[in-house]
Unconditional design. Structure first.
Length: 204
């Protein structure tokens, strides 16, 4: 695995994760790779300053594709803090991990992730072990500059309040789903939480 958070191949995957998170359907992996190869984008923040004329000049794209891309980005500029950080695709760090940290540490803003002790273990809490905390800390440090640029185009909204389940056959039990499944993972997560269980996105 490449450990460089800023390498080209890792960046195309990261941008693809971002556009998937905000549900910008005009941006598949091949499209993203084409935009990178043609010098249109080189980071997540650069999506919001794309040269539309340059996109229009790319073979098999044109003005119509450029306009669709801009429209998609302009219509998806609100997200929760957990979605924002998870959208940067730091290894092992999904939306549930960030939600656990936010709830445990009482974080409210992006800057809260940098305002306290600089130890790589500063994010350890229920559901977040030493390894994930270290990966998150390292990823945030490597990507902070681009994240701050992206925040000038994105509005962070408050998450929808979750119903607290105090009873159920899975109360006191934790679950981590890996690999392929016969049902969508989010559907499985919802079933666990509905019955009082706790979801972890990775092994501690």
């Amino acid at each position: 695995k490449c450990t460089n958070e800023l390498c080209k191949s890792k960046m195309s995957g990261r941008i693809c994760k971002w556009t998937s998170t905000i549900e910008a359907k005009e941006f598949g992996l091949k499209t993203i790779e084409t935009l990178i190869d043609n010098g249109v984008i080189d980071s997540i923040s650069s999506l919001y300053t794309m040269d539309l004329d340059k996109i229009a000049s790319i073979d098999r794209m044109g003005k119509r594709s450029a306009a669709k891309m801009k429209k998609e980005l302009d219509s998806h500029k609100e997200m929760t803090l957990a979605q924002f950080i998870a959208g940067y695709n730091i290894e092992g760090v999904g939306e549930r991990v960030i939600e656990n940290i936010i709830n445990s540490k009482k974080y409210k803003t992006f800057n809260d992730f940098f305002a306290y002790a600089e130890s790589p273990l500063r994010f350890v809490c229920d559901g977040v072990g030493d390894t994930i905390s270290t990966k998150l800390a390292q990823g945030l440090e490597a990507l902070r500059e681009d994240m701050e640029k992206t925040l000038t185009f994105i509005t962070i909204k408050n998450p929808e309040p979750k119903k607290v389940v105090t009873g159920g056959v899975l109360v006191g039990k934790s679950f981590c789903f890996t690999g392929a499944a016969s049902r969508p993972r989010k559907e499985l997560w919802a079933l666990v939480e509905k019955n009082g269980g706790v979801i972890h996105e990775s092994i501690k």
